[in-house]
Ligand binder design. Structure first.
Ligand SMILES: Nc1ncnc2c1ncn2[C@@H]1O[C@H](COP(=O)(O)OP(=O)(O)OP(=O)(O)O)[C@@H](O)[C@H]1O
Length: 238
């Protein structure tokens, strides 16, 4: 495992006066899969939105991508540097077909042979290839999740940020998402996932953090957290 691709130091995030993330520090190493676990409302989505400078969140602290600060960067600049996002609820457009979602997001990769492009997404996911002319929002939940992942991949990112990929999809699609995450790190893409689904997080990630009320209360290997029933109960209520 390489050096840090994403490093967050002492992050504090606010919606107006509401102080949501408190002194959050975390690292994703190059080609690592990291999960941030937490119950509803603990600040998981806010963490990803703070990294991407989305919405009206006041962010203090440092976000570094490959050692370079993103503190002053705009969302589109952050995306261009190689950080892609699969939002909670997918945020697809009714007016765009499946294919158009991929074409609009496509940014050529460094190597033509290895890049993610719409055709490669369709080869990997024949179920959305068969529906390429259909509006993205007319797909099933699982297919919309796959399209949202495909849309992120065709930007040829170095790291993928995923917000609750387990939400609204069947266990069969969950299994595919987990397999895909493993394939992606083998193919050069690091992963940061925020989840409340413990099983998905533990099957995807090598390391986990747990957020409670906007603070990191646990950091360790997925293997250790799987064995630590007491912390699971204390922090996640499972
Ligand atoms: N736009 C907003 N304005 C004000 N407060 C917000 C906003 N979005 C989220 N919050 C608050 O910030 C806190 C963290 O929310 P966040 O969505 O990050 O949690 P989460 O862990 O992702 O939960 P969920 O699993 O429900 O998405 C919550 O108390 C929430 O009510």
């Amino acid at each position: 495992m390489g050096e840090a691709i994403l490093k967050i130091n002492n992050l504090n995030s606010y919606y107006g006066k509401s102080h949501v993330l408190q002194e959050v520090s975390l690292t994703v190493n190059s080609l690592e899969r990291v999960a941030v676990l937490g119950r509803n409302g603990m600040g998981k989505s806010t963490l990803l939105k703070s990294i991407l400078r989305l919405q009206d969140i006041k962010v203090e602290g440092d976000v570094l991508f490959k050692g370079e600060t993103l503190n002053q960067a705009k969302t589109y600049e952050i995306a261009k540097k190689g950080i892609a996002y699969v939002p909670q609820g997918w945020l697809l457009f009714p007016s765009l077909s499946v294919e158009e979602h991929l074409l609009v997001a496509y940014r050529p990769g460094k190597s033509k042979a290895k890049e993610w492009n719409p055709e490669r997404i369709f080869e990997l996911f024949p179920e959305i290839a068969a529906r390429r002319k259909v509006s993205g929002t007319k797909l099933s939940g699982g297919e919309q999740q796959i399209l949202a992942i495909g849309r992120a991949l065709v930007s040829n990112p170095e790291i993928l940020l995923m917000d609750e990929p387990s939400e609204g999809i069947s266990t069969m699609v969950i299994d595919r998402v987990i397999d895909l995450c493993h394939q992606l790190t083998e193919q050069g893409i690091s992963i940061l996932i925020v989840e409340q689904n413990l099983e998905l997080a533990l099957r995807v990630a090598q390391r986990v953090y747990v957020l409670v009320n906007g603070r990191i209360v646990y950091e360790g290997t997925a293997e250790d957290f799987r064995a630590d029933k007491e912390s699971q109960h204390q922090f996640l209520g499972v």
